[in-house]
Design a protein around this ligand. Structure first.
Ligand SMILES: [Zn+2]
Length: 325
């Protein structure tokens, strides 16, 4: 492997070689199969649109009693016809979403090619992102209080071949000392915009900084997931002053908590969590980074409500089958 592999990555590979780490995903495969079959029974046939799908514990086929369509239960989901089992795919996603293990390290753990694991994670991620709003709505959590909104300085993710410098503020194109020692090729960089409200976390990563347009998708998404939005707390940026939402401002240069108790500490905290996580995606393209950033918000929200494995599977199933909604 490359010389940039971390000591931890090497140790992990040694542990895998020693046969210390054995992943037994069969119980997880079985749980996913049960849940997907429950969804099949609630939905309409993708072939004839009748609500006549029947499933059996003993068969991996589901059958439409109207038209005889007989797909495997993974049909239409990211689990369909993959080199990884359903449980392995979900586990790669969990390790990707909630640890600092890189995709290469996860690939080693599963003894699979990087590409196999990379595309499995991307497919699960896409489905989870599209199913999340429906599942979140079904929680019926009471989301209230103010929404804190902020944007990060440019983050240094996506550097190819070498670790980025420790202080991410120093790599946005300035000629600060130390930069010349650092030979990693540049991947894409993104600016993060985030909203925090109660247990809800929304993050978007975007190339460049255009505050007015970058703010909009995050505010809309936060509103959709917790409406009505109510009060919005921001810092003193001009773009925020022009914002159409009813909002209060804390000016950072003066104080971190305004005399009225207005602050954006939750967003600052979120950025401090997401930045080290994004750094593991060296060489990832702009699109991959944007998708990863968005995933982190979903994962944080699910963590904060103490979501179960079933809820993650449900996000994925609902994201795979729009008709399940
Ligand atoms: Zn049918």
């Amino acid at each position: 492997m490359s010389s940039s592999e971390s000591a931890f990555g090497r140790m992990l590979r040694q542990l895998v070689d020693l046969g210390v780490i054995k992943l037994e995903t069969e119980p997880l495969d079985a749980r996913i199969e049960r849940r997907l079959k429950q969804f099949w029974e609630q939905t309409t046939c993708p072939n004839c649109d009748h609500p006549t799908i029947q499933t059996w514990d003993s068969s991996d086929r589901v059958i439409c009693r109207s038209c005889g369509f007989k797909p495997v239960y993974t049909y239409g989901t990211p689990f369909h016809e993959k080199h990884l089992s359903s449980g392995e795919m979900l586990l790669t996603f969990v390790l990707y979403a909630n640890t600092l293990l890189s995709i290469s390290q996860i690939a080693v753990l599963f003894d699979r090619a990087y590409g196999t694991v990379y595309y499995a994670i991307r497919e699960v991620e896409t489905a989870v992102q599209s199913g999340f709003p429906t599942v979140w709505e079904q929680f019926q959590h009471r989301i209230d209080g103010p929404t804190q909104v902020d944007e990060s300085s440019t983050v240094c993710s996506g550097y190819k071949g070498q670790d980025p410098p420790r202080d991410s503020r120093h790599c946005g194109g300035s000629s600060r000392s130390g930069r010349s020692r650092w030979k990693g090729r540049h991947g894409d960089q993104v600016t993060l915009v985030a909203a925090c409200r109660d247990v809800l976390r929304v993050i978007r990563g975007q190339l460049g900084i255009q505050y007015e347009t970058d703010l909009e998708p995050v505010m809309r998404e936060a509103e959709d997931l917790s409406q009505p939005l109510g009060e919005v707390w921001t810092d003193g940026l001009q773009a925020y002053r022009r914002m159409e939402f009813d909002h209060k401002i804390v000016v950072h240069d003066e104080t971190y908590v305004s005399p009225e108790g207005i602050h954006i500490n939750q967003v600052e905290c979120l950025f401090s969590l997401v930045k080290p996580w994004l750094r593991k995606f060296r060489g990832l393209s702009k699109h991959g980074l944007e998708q990863a950033a968005h995933t982190f918000g979903i994962v944080r929200s699910l963590n904060l409500v103490g979501a179960s494995l079933e809820i993650l599977v449900d996000c994925l199933a609902l994201g795979s089958f729009p008709s399940f909604e």
